[in-house]
Design a protein around this ligand. Structure first.
Ligand code: ADP
Length: 447
């Protein structure tokens, strides 16, 4: 087992990882920018190292500084959290070259899944259902019209190097295709310096359903069920739940087995998430995230499995000890991402928290690094915490969530808590009747 882990992240996820390390009896090193000197994970870590100024490029993304921090403290492993360097294959390679373990998958697997065309071809090869589309890139010399006709309209043009929903254009009919291709190509070139495009069937009203996997890199892998993350704003998840209100147990087992089997063939190591669009009873792969996700606690709440603990044990060379038949799904869990933003305009609201009272009680978990008097810096994303609630069933979970949102006080800044108070009372939400466009339409109607 590792003796000292450096946590290459900030905010709630740095604290989440620190907690897992402490429970494993592993020493912790926090790294921080000058803007984060007062962060909770820095206070609670055994050691801390300032790695640079506020700008993430000069601190949390600064590989030489992180390496120096490992060297100074003698850390033998790095946990990257999510975001920042968590899906940076070069970082994984460099750590390995310095005999420091990267708590995550192999650099090769990060690289494959980071390239959207390569990822899709790999998924398909492993038996995972994908969105019908061009098999690989569509080059200017290809007959795009013939390919699109074969796929069937509407068609979605996507950038191979895309991310965050950028470089995507819908062609409703054949007459829109040339324009969709040229604008997507120009956008992709400008945003990513890579104008490779591919095409997919455009799904009109899908849900976003993702499967959590856990593998040991030695050919053993299991799935931990799904999360429904359909409630999104600008492709950012806002509310996540498990199980999905749209799936039954046999559908869960079927897709879970397909994915776990694929991960066994790949010899995947660590935690990962296979994201699907789900429409009319069918799953369509969109991408794989080769890291711990923001919404992982939802899965932990219904399975009782500590995903960060498993990540660390597996990275140290341990075999998977949980068998698929040991994984039991109990009750229902919902996570709300609490952002320091205006709940209607979503304009960021950094500043000092003057009063803070998080909810508690049975089945309630708050993952947050903030505290009363804490000053939220303006330099990073606006996630200030996650409220995760568990109930024996979805109805109990929603009642508990409503109670927790009423208790939750964050004064001095604006937060998205009022939005969740509205959502929890909404009839469509109560009925579990929502797709990936529901939240945007709801917000537009609410003005
Ligand atoms: P990115 O890496 O930019 O997030 P994704 O492939 O994950 O790209 O797509 C981003 C979002 O675009 C998805 O979450 C989904 O909302 C939408 N999307 C992607 N592919 C399709 C498709 N074939 N049909 C409809 N919507 C899609």
């Amino acid at each position: 087992m590792f003796s000292k882990i450096l946590i290459a992240n900030r905010g709630e996820i740095a604290l989440r990882v620190l907690r897992a390390c402490k429970e494993l009896g592993i020493q912790t090193v926090a790294v921080h920018s000058t803007a984060d000197a007062n962060a909770m994970h820095v206070r609670l870590a055994d050691e801390s190292v300032c790695i640079g100024p506020a700008s993430a490029t000069d601190s949390y993304l600064n590989i030489p500084q992180l390496l120096a921090a490992c060297e100074i403290t003698g850390a033998d492993a790095v946990h990257p959290g999510y975001g920042f360097l968590s899906e940076n294959a070069r970082f994984a390679d460099i750590l390995e070259a310095h005999n420091i373990a990267f708590i995550g998958p192999t650099a090769d697997h990060i690289r494959i899944m980071g390239d959207k065309i390569e990822a899709k071809l790999t998924a398909q090869r492993l038996g995972i259902p994908v969105v019908p589309g061009s098999d690989g890139a569509v080059t200017p010399s290809d007959d795009a019209h013939a390919i699109a006709r074969e796929i069937g309209y509407p068609v979605l043009v996507k950038a191979a190097a895309g991310g965050g929903g950028r470089g995507m254009k819908v062609a409703e009919t054949e007459k829109d295709l040339d324009r969709a291709l040229s604008t997507a190509r120009a956008e992709a070139k400008a945003a990513f310096g890579d104008d490779a495009l591919y095409m997919e069937k455009y799904l009109g009203k899908p849900r976003h359903i993702e499967i959590q996997v856990l593998g040991d890199g030695q050919g053993n892998a299991i799935h931990l069920g799904e999360r429904d993350c359909s409630l999104q704003r600008r492709h950012q998840k806002v509310w996540e739940e498990a199980p999905s209100p749209a799936l039954n147990a046999s559908q869960r087992t079927e897709i879970g087995e397909i994915v776990a089997d694929a991960m066994r063939k790949l010899k995947y190591r660590g935690v990962g998430t296979i994201e699907f669009l789900y429409e009319n009873g069918e799953f369509y792969f969109i991408e794989m995230n080769t890291r711990l996700q923001v919404e992982h606690p939802v899965t932990e709440m219904i399975t009782g499995i500590d995903l960060v603990n498993e990540q660390i044990r597996i990275a140290s060379g341990a075999k998977l000890t949980i068998r698929q038949e040991d994984v039991l799904f109990e009750g229902h869990a919902i996570e709300c991402r609490i952002n320091a933003e205006n709940p209607r305009s979503f304009v960021p609201s950094p500043g000092q928290i003057t009063y803070y009272h998080p909810p508690g009680g049975l089945g309630v978990r708050v993952d947050s690094g903030v505290y009363q008097g804490y000053r939220i810096p303006p330099y990073y994303d606006s996630l200030i915490g996650k409220l995760i609630v568990h109930g024996r069933n979805r109805v109990e979970c929603l009642m508990r969530l409503r109670r927790c949102l009423d208790e939750f006080v964050v004064d001095g800044i604006e937060s998205t808590i009022p939005l969740f108070r509205d959502l929890v009372d909404n009839q469509d939400i109560a009925n579990g009747m929502y797709d990936i466009h529901w939240l945007e339409k709801y917000l537009a109607a609410a003005g």
